[in-house]
Design a binder for this molecule. Structure first.
Ligand code: F6P
Length: 328
């Protein structure tokens, strides 16, 4: 470890994700382990602009590994988008003798962090925390696995009622422009069809495929619709269209919404958060700045912010093929 950094601050920003608390806990304890001071910043970049700080020690993060949400709270800050807001943020960091920053969040968080680094040459490392799994440079983001389990549990329940009434359900899931949640939860829950933004299926092919599976003996169906999918964008219109063109089915819509962001993190997310939290502190201590720590093939790796935010991770087309095969 070759740095003089003595005091590190940590914040969570953007949409909260299960496992963020476990990541903060790991950051704080890694700081203590390496003899560094740690400061928490409330409400993401907004708290940075307002100087809303709190000192954190090893015991401040007790009983945190299993808690959903983020105890530091989160926000999408408009003030930090302005040069004046970022100047205030920098001044607060200086006043508090903070020498480096760890930001936990998604691509919006990393865009802000990267800009701040370029303007003020301030050491920053990012940790990917979002249920969307849409960040390059990591196989998984913190919160994604828990969200998948939440979605699968919900669809299992929907399947019971769909089956009892011979109905077709459209289930909308989150993910913004990425179809990872829809694709993986759809396979896990045995969905008949999965609509993702990365693939343009079209209404007619969807109806055709549903009619075919009905003909093959299926009496109920689950269609998982990613919120960013073109034909699923207005899910209630899609439901009407299907009812018009597939008279055998009564259609119902369930929008899972923010339930996907809550709850205790899965074991996978707790371990991932712990590894990335320690990895972020160690990256800073090794003078790695303006980068995100992630996990690739089970190893901790660092990726420059500008690459991490380039766009979504690629969708796994083999998985889509598997989904088609197992839903016949
Ligand atoms: O990025 C996480 C996420 O939950 C997306 O899946 C979703 O599109 C968005 O945030 C919802 O944002 P908000 O909580 O601001 O409504």
């Amino acid at each position: 470890m070759q740095t003089n950094i003595q005091k590190i601050a940590v914040l969570t920003s953007g949409g909260d994700a299960p496992g963020m608390n476990a990541a903060i806990r790991a950051v704080v304890r890694a700081c203590v382990f390496h003899g560094k001071e740690c400061t928490g910043i409330y409400r993401g970049f907004q708290g940075l602009v307002e100087g809303d700080f709190i000192p954190l020690g090893a015991r401040s993060v007790k009983n945190m590994i299993n808690r959903g949400g983020t105890f530091l709270k989160s926000a999408r800050s408009e003030d930090f988008r302005t040069p004046a807001g970022r100047k205030k943020a920098f001044d607060h960091l200086k006043e508090n003798e903070i020498e480096a920053l760890i930001v936990i969040g998604g691509d919006g968080t990393f865009k802000g962090a990267s800009l701040f680094y370029e303007e003020y040459d301030f050491p920053i490392v990012g940790i990917p925390g979002t249920i969307d799994n849409d960040i390059r440079g990591t196989d998984f983001t913190i919160g994604y696995d828990t969200a998948l389990n939440t979605v699968v549990e919900a669809i299992d329940k929907i399947r019971d009622t769909a089956n009892s009434h011979n109905r077709l359900f459209l289930v909308e899931v989150m993910g913004r422009d990425a179809g990872d949640i829809a694709l993986n939860a759809g396979i896990g829950a045995g969905a008949e069809e999965i609509l993702i933004p990365e693939e343009d299926l079209g209404k007619d092919r969807l109806v055709e495929s549903l009619a075919k599976s009905r003909k093959s003996g299926k009496t109920s169906s689950i269609v998982v619709v990613s919120e960013g999918d073109q034909i699923g964008k207005n899910i209630f219109e899609l439901a009407e269209y299907i009812e018009e063109h597939l008279k055998q089915y009564e259609v119902r819509v369930t929008v899972l919404g923010h339930i996907q962001r809550g709850g205790a993190p899965s074991c996978y997310d707790r371990v991932l958060a712990s590894r990335l939290g320690v990895g972020a502190v160690e990256a800073l201590l090794e003078n790695k700045h303006n980068v995100m720590v992630g996990i690739k093939h089970k190893k901790i790796v660092v990726t420059p912010f500008n690459e991490a935010i380039e766009g979504s991770n690629e969708i796994d087309w083999d998985l889509l093929k598997v989904a088609d095969i197992i839903s016949i």
